[in-house]
Design a binder for this molecule. Structure first.
Ligand code: ZN
Length: 167
């Protein structure tokens, strides 16, 4: 079943949750529903519930995420749209340190890119320029707003948010 979109109290995209969690948030008074799906569920207690499509939290959650996208393998791949930054393939993805760790490269957004196994093995501990492998784009630290936009497109909610006038 489709997941429910959770918007932060300021209408920015936060996350998606399954419908059970969505109902829990509403029952606890933590979220309001902006839009329902067509789906109706009958619970064990014979209660009919409409499944929300988009919800908004009553309060604004402030997390580190509000100011900075945390550095993680998953977030690098989201930034790179799950494609190898050398050859453009989307299979067997790994993380490549542009300047290899063995040569002082750091684990940062600016030095890490998504790379397929093949490109990563080929590149090994060399610099891209040494073996003529070129990055499709310069890796940067993603900003919150572009990141939430990419995430909402990825999870298929971007159009819905646009319909609601949120983006
Ligand atoms: Zn590749």
């Amino acid at each position: 079943m489709q997941n429910c979109i959770v918007l932060n109290g300021d209408y920015t995209y936060l996350n998606t949750v399954n419908w059970q969690k969505a109902i829990k948030l509403i029952v606890k008074g933590k979220a309001t529903v902006l839009k329902y799906t067509e789906t109706v569920i009958k619970t064990a207690e014979n209660v009919i519930v409409k499944i929300p499509a988009v919800m908004k939290l009553i309060k604004i959650i402030r997390t580190i995420y509000r100011t900075k996208v945390p550095f993680s393998k998953k977030n690098i791949m989201i930034r790179d749209d799950f494609t190898c930054q050398y050859c453009g393939k989307g299979k067997e993805l790994t993380i490549d340190h542009v300047i290899p760790v063995s040569r002082g490269g750091k684990s940062t957004f600016e030095n890490c890119v998504t790379a397929c196994k093949y490109c990563n093995n080929t590149k090994s501990n060399k610099l891209p320029s040494e073996i003529h492998m070129y990055l499709k784009k310069k890796p940067t630290s993603p900003t919150i707003s572009e990141f939430t936009r990419i995430r909402s497109i990825k999870t298929g909610v971007y159009d819905l948010l646009k319909d609601l006038g949120i983006y």
